[in-house]
Design a protein around this ligand. Structure first.
Ligand SMILES: C[S@@+](CC[C@H](N)C(=O)[O-])C[C@H]1O[C@@H](n2cnc3c(N)ncnc32)[C@H](O)[C@@H]1O
Ligand SMILES: *[C@@H]1O[C@H](CO)[C@@H](O)[C@H](O)[C@H]1NC(C)=O
Ligand SMILES: *[C@@H]1O[C@H](CO)[C@@H](O)[C@H](O)[C@H]1NC(C)=O
Length: 359
């Protein structure tokens, strides 16, 4: 019963989100087909994962409330009314979650509403709900397994489609022409759909696709078929953004990257980008007299944030321990990773572009 409810909720959320995403699009038969294409694979992905991911949605909530730790700190067992008081939650609702978790092997119940930890509940901390249901692999690790090649392709294309409505605002409301002569790194580019548009528009721009090896492999194939004319200006870089700095360049563009990660990981990623820039010799390494700049495109949370962004936020938390952030939250990440915030431009469609320079 509970599982069904969650399943329906997630499917409705996803469909609603995508319907809204598509609504900005010029309405045409093609848009309908697009919608179908977008919905089908995502539903497929969601349905495919229901067994694991949705069940652990509840587990995630319990982990967030640190219930396993609270019980453990009190000698391993605790009455539900005390747990509710400590966590500031409603006793009945919490009990409902705990019963459900128990049916999946987390915790066990003693007499009189006393819950006790077990080895499974003790493992609750520090893992996304996704990883808990996928042998400890996080989403992108899992996606790059050889057996998920098909899913990887579907996912990359879905990300493209999903962004295409807000892309209009991003295209039109931010001045990209200032970068027409630069070397432009699309950092964790996916298949580089945004870079492709920029490079097509600006014939002097040099592009870098920086991605996980499995995604680069796919991109090289796609670009050599669809964007042949750009191949002499583009470089494909296989990398892991927790390890390999991107090549020296003028612009480092991170779209929809940070929201996939919790703060400490986001800081690591920003440090990796920062490590590509040596301040003493900034200009000679690059193709133009351009001071290297970081561009972050994300959906920023502010007073006017529509409910839909919060829905994405919940999905991010659930899949990746990630989050949509406010401007001060992004600034804080920048401060901790060697960057200084300089400018924010909000665009129609939901994206904002945040600019930062190395310090
Ligand atoms: C939400 S997608 C955004 C793609 C692209 N920037 C866009 O806006 O369309 C996040 C990307 O991060 C990549 N990624 C995840 N972990 C990575 C890692 N450790 N190193 C490099 N890229 C990674 C994924 O392959 C995925 O394409
Ligand atoms: C539950 O936590 C207590 C306190 O840390 C510990 O002594 C006990 O071994 C744990 N129970 C299990 C089954 O792991
Ligand atoms: C780009 O380079 C061209 C040719 O050198 C130059 O005329 C133009 O002003 C440059 N544009 C920018 C924005 O730097």
């Amino acid at each position: 019963m509970y599982t069904n409810l969650i399943i329906s909720l997630v499917i409705i959320t996803f469909s609603y989100w995508f319907t809204l995403q598509m609504r900005n699009k010029h309405f045409s038969y093609n848009a309908l087909l697009d919608l179908q294409r977008v919905l089908f694979p995502l539903k497929y992905i969601v349905l495919d994962e229901l067994g694991g991911v949705l069940v652990t949605n509840v587990i995630y909530e319990l982990a967030r409330l640190e219930i396993a730790d609270i019980i453990k700190s009190q000698g391993g067992k605790m009455n539900i009314c005390v747990i509710a008081k400590i966590t500031g939650t409603d006793e009945d609702k919490l009990n409902c979650l705990l019963c459900f978790a128990m049916s999946k092997g987390f915790f066990h119940i003693l007499d009189n509403g006393v819950y006790a930890n077990n080895s499974i509940s003790l493992a609750l901390k520090q893992m996304t709900s996704f990883a808990k249901s996928h042998n400890g692999l996080e989403f992108y690790e899992w996606l790059s397994l050889p057996e998920n090649k098909g899913r990887q392709e579907i996912f990359s294309k879905a990300i493209n489609e999903q962004d295409s409505s807000s892309e209009k605002g991003l295209n039109q409301d931010y001045d990209w022409s200032q970068y027409c002569n630069t070397t432009f790194v699309d950092f964790a580019s996916g298949i580089g759909s945004y870079l492709f548009q920029l490079m097509t528009h600006y014939p002097a721009m040099k592009g870098v696709l920086y991605e996980l090896p499995s995604v680069i492999e796919m991109s090289e194939k796609l670009w050599s078929i669809n964007h042949k004319q750009l191949l002499n200006r583009v470089q494909f870089v296989r990398a892991d953004f927790f390890i390999n700095p991107p090549p020296p360049a003028d612009i480092y563009f991170l779209r929809s990257i940070l929201h996939n990660w919790p703060d400490e990981k986001a800081i690591e990623i920003l440090k990796t980008v920062r490590s590509a820039i040596s301040l003493t010799n900034v200009n000679s390494e690059t193709t133009s007299y351009f001071k290297p700049k970081l561009l972050i495109a994300e959906r920023i949370i502010d007073d006017n944030t529509p409910s839909i962004i919060y829905q994405v936020d919940i999905m991010m938390m659930f899949m990746a321990n990630g989050k949509e952030r406010t401007k001060p939250e992004i600034e804080k990440l920048l401060d901790k990773s060697g960057w200084k915030f300089t400018k924010i431009t909000s665009c129609r469609g939901g994206f904002s572009v945040i600019e930062a320079v190395p310090i």
